[in-house]
Design a protein around this ligand. Structure first.
Ligand SMILES: NC(=O)c1ccc[n+]([C@@H]2O[C@H](COP(=O)([O-])OP(=O)(O)OC[C@H]3O[C@@H](n4cnc5c(N)ncnc54)[C@H](O)[C@@H]3O)[C@@H](O)[C@H]2O)c1
Length: 316
């Protein structure tokens, strides 16, 4: 398949694209090297891809650029991962998050419709569930109380694609990723930040009393889910949870990470952060039956692989 992957230089985008290339897809990758984390890290993510894909440095909010790109290539589908990620920074800069994540997604979907590209896979997020207490989260649940501007932009993206499906027949799979981790994980995410602190012998700051929990999902499992969605496009727009299905308390996560790094973490507690939710937990029945999704990597194994990558013992 001829594919456009936006956000190709990021954590998930680069890992996904390596798998697309390995299975013989033809990929054009778009990324603007947003400075949320260093360009050098993203360049490094692209190392093995540079000769395998056509890379375009560009911005999803640049409609002219998108139109030219979609006119020059005949894409079968678009995998849209480019976004400003991260809950806490979105509270400081809601406008920028809305601009990139909502306006950028609208530009991309419009450019696709104008060129007759009818298949889209969109990176949404478990954060859309807000502080819902009904767990595990099912896609049919009401999600109209997101707890951060980031979550609001992801929900807005889902709703817009649902509307575009009805108006223009665009097929969209909106994938709600649940805390993805593994080699190349974004440096500001908890596991990566905690692991660096433990390695340096510095205390790990836990926001809250340690009882909050997350459904952590290993990167290879998420990539499997994205490929499943790409290969089974829905009629209209369809939402899928992609989680690991085994929520873990924050304090237990840090202990497990200590075991993976073979070091004893020291903990410091700080007040819970605005925008953070207490728990996430995915029901993946829909993705299992419709996409063949079946997460394989348990947390201790995933953390061992992450630790080995962090120490430079495995491939970047
Ligand atoms: N990592 C997770 O746990 C997680 C969870 C839920 C949802 N998601 C979503 O999955 C997607 C990928 O996440 P990630 O963790 O790989 O993040 P990432 O930051 O590593 O990757 C996103 C990429 O998008 C690029 N980008 C940002 N703004 C852009 C723009 N205007 N034009 C073009 N490119 C732009 C960035 O430079 C970056 O390389 C994002 O949409 C994110 O919101 C991730």
């Amino acid at each position: 398949m001829k594919l456009l992957v936006t956000g190709v230089a990021g954590f998930i985008g680069s890992k996904l694209t390596e798998r697309l290339i390995a299975r013989g897809d033809d990929v054009v990758g778009l990324d603007n090297f947003d400075p949320f984390y260093p360009r050098e890290t993203k360049e490094r993510n692209l190392t093995s891809l540079r000769s395998a894909i056509r890379f375009v440095e560009g911005d999803i909010t640049d409609r002219g650029g998108l139109d030219r790109l979609l006119a020059a290539e005949r894409f079968d589908a678009v995998i849209h991962l480019a976004a400003l990620a991260g809950v806490r920074p979105s509270i400081r800069e809601p406008w920028r998050y809305a601009h990139v994540n909502v306006v950028g997604t609208a530009h991309l979907a419009e450019a696709m419709i104008a060129r007759g590209v009818s298949r889209l896979v969109f990176a949404s997020s478990s954060s859309v569930y807000g502080d819902n207490t009904l767990v595990p989260y099912e896609e049919s649940q009401r999600v109209d109380e997101p707890a951060s501007p980031y979550a609001t932009t992801k929900r807005a993206g889902e709703l817009m694609l649902d509307t575009f499906a009805k108006l223009h027949g665009l097929s969209s799979s909106c994938l709600r990723f649940f805390t993805v981790y593994g080699p190349r994980q974004r440096p500001e995410m908890a596991i990566h930040k905690f692991a660096r602190a433990i390695e340096r012998g510095e205390p790990v700051t836990l926001y809250g009393d340690g009882s909050s929990s997350r459904d952590y999902t290993y990167i290879d499992d998420v990539v499997d889910g994205v490929l499943g969605a790409l290969d089974r496009p829905p009629v209209g727009a369809r939402i899928y949870n992609l989680g690991g299905t085994q929520p873990v308390r924050l304090d237990a996560l840090v202990r497990e990470l200590g075991r993976a790094l073979d070091k004893q973490p020291t903990l410091v507690h700080a007040p819970p952060q605005p925008g953070d939710v207490h728990q996430t937990w995915a029901d993946v029945s829909r993705a299992r039956s419709e996409l063949g999704y079946a997460p394989q990597v348990p947390l201790p194994e995933g953390l061992r692989r992450f630790a080995s990558w962090l120490r430079g013992e495995s491939e970047w």
